[in-house]
Design a protein around this ligand. Structure first.
Ligand code: SF4
Length: 477
């Protein structure tokens, strides 16, 4: 189980992650692998054009969200499915429990779904006495170890193969082995029985096609196909933003998602469900329910963060983020981690401890924006959060005083020059004692040097060098 207590203060979570040797090994083994695959896959097509097209389509969806949602509802209903609307996560839980009660459901198999993680659906079902089994291999592993996912598409990225082997030995009586094939075989055998016995399948939705009323889930293991076809009841929980207008748009998003998430041109499975089994169909669910969930998404629209609703949950921004690569997903304390998690977690209606600290978990290097298949300007959204916090008086007293001092200095060239001179002298003196760089700044600046050096200011500022240079040029003339 992860060492990180998700409800501990943010700083403590980060410190625990940085001190976790196994987590650091797991992250270093996978860091960059996804990003290289994404770059190669995007380079194989006109990646920029694909990103522009997806962005245009998602902008259209946001502009027409109410109409498209109504079209989706009308088409699912016409196909024989049932649509439910839920403004909060707790309402989704209530709806699913009611469907389960009416259909006398005892066991549920689930396909990977961040939306149901967001609202803790598994706990609600288990508390009602319903058995829930995750069937995506990564999700199954963390369910066995009682953990939440730490990555949007690779939930078990924080574990080493050695850790997974121990979990399987403990929970599934597997003989000791580090062979991935042997472990997968054991999981497959166990899960196959669960699929065949389940009364209800639950999944999220990668995208739903408004014009046909079709829910699409993208998987590589085929578990999504079994979840959506084997049990007699199939329930989909989808955020209201997970829409595409047409079938053509669906394949556009599918391409961008697969290439950005895993570097594949296409995933192994794309499962599409438009309604329950028809009279002459040999398989498929007898009941098909789609729950359209808000849970803070409308707030995102209203608070100026609508761009984040264009996210296709590919995880590319996590894979390139230097902060995510150092601390992994659990340190964010939210279902959604990395840059996109830092943007949406403070607004979604979820119980994340210190959610307002997450927009500060970024160096603003811009790598996330460059990797995003929808060109979401994540650094700007993070800055918008910080700006909002300052406006609402949520910034730290020390930060406010520091900014006031900085402003005073920058407004006067004389004060600026004097501060530089004094700062240069001070930092060079401190560096002299520390040998090259400043090892210990005085309080309150010592928070910086707790974990990093501080290079002393240059002896001659750029302005002084520029002045000297200009003088020299004049003399030569
Ligand atoms: S913000 Fe962009 S890169 Fe990050 S998960 Fe969403 S779509 Fe992918």
């Amino acid at each position: 189980m992860s060492n990180i207590n998700l409800h501990a203060p943010y700083k403590e979570r980060v410190q625990t992650a940085l001190n976790d040797r196994h987590l650091q090994i797991a992250l270093s083994r996978t860091a960059g692998r996804f990003s290289i695959a994404r770059e190669e896959s995007m380079a194989a097509v006109d990646g920029q054009r694909l990103r522009d097209q997806v962005r245009q389509m998602k902008e259209y969806v946001l502009r027409n969200l109410p109409d498209l949602l109504e079209t989706l509802e009308a088409n699912i209903t016409a196909n024989g499915g049932q649509v439910h609307w839920a403004s909060e996560g707790a309402e989704v839980d209530r709806i699913v429990l009611e469907i389960a009660r009416q259909a006398n459901v005892r066991s549920v198999v689930k396909s990977k779904s961040m939306a149901t993680e967001e609202i803790h659906l598994n706990q609600a079902l288990e508390q009602a006495g319903v058995k829930v089994v995750e069937t995506d291999l990564g999700e199954y592993i963390i369910q066995l170890d009682h953990e939440p996912p730490s990555h949007i598409v690779a939930p078990v990225i924080h574990k080493r193969i050695e850790d997974i082997s121990q979990i399987f030995q403990r929970e599934l009586d597997m003989p000791p082995t580090l062979e991935p094939e042997a472990m997968t075989r054991i999981a497959r055998q166990t899960l196959r029985k669960e699929f065949l016995n389940a009364d209800m399948g639950v999944s999220g939705c990668n995208f739903a096609i408004a014009e046909t009323g079709t829910v699409c889930i993208v998987t590589n293991e085929g578990n999504g196909r079994m979840v959506s076809t084997l049990p007699r009841v199939y329930v989909v929980v989808m955020g209201i933003e997970k829409l595409v207008p047409t079938v053509e748009d669906a394949f556009l998003q599918y391409q961008a998602l697969c290439r950005s998430a895993t570097g594949q041109a296409a995933s192994v499975y794309l499962s599409m469900t438009s309604g329950p089994r028809g009279q002459d169909h040999p398989d498929g669910p007898v009941e098909f329910h789609v729950i359209l969930m808000d849970n803070g998404r409308i707030d995102m629209l209203e608070q100026g963060f609508s761009e984040a609703l264009m996210c296709v949950r590919c995880g590319a921004c996590l894979n390139v983020c230097p902060v995510y690569q150092a601390i992994g997903g659990h340190a964010y304390g939210s279902t959604y981690s990395g840059p996109i998690g830092a943007v949406i977690s403070p607004i979604l209606h979820t119980d994340v401890t210190d959610a307002n600290k997450l927009p500060h978990a970024s160096t603003l290097c811009g790598a996330c924006r460059d990797a995003c298949p929808v060109k979401i300007d994540l650094p700007r959204l993070l800055l918008d959060h910080r700006w909002k916090q300052v406006q609402e008086g949520e910034s730290a007293w020390v930060d406010r005083q520091a900014m006031r001092g900085f402003l005073m200095m920058m407004r006067s060239p004389g004060r600026y020059e004097s501060a530089l001179g004094l700062g240069g002298l001070g930092t060079r003196m401190l560096a002299g004692m520390g040998g090259g760089t400043v090892k210990h700044l005085p309080p309150p600046l010592n928070a910086w040097t707790k974990s990093r050096d501080f290079p002393p200011l240059a002896k001659k500022s750029f302005r002084a060098q520029w002045r000297a240079r200009k003088k020299g040029v004049k003399r030569e003339e």
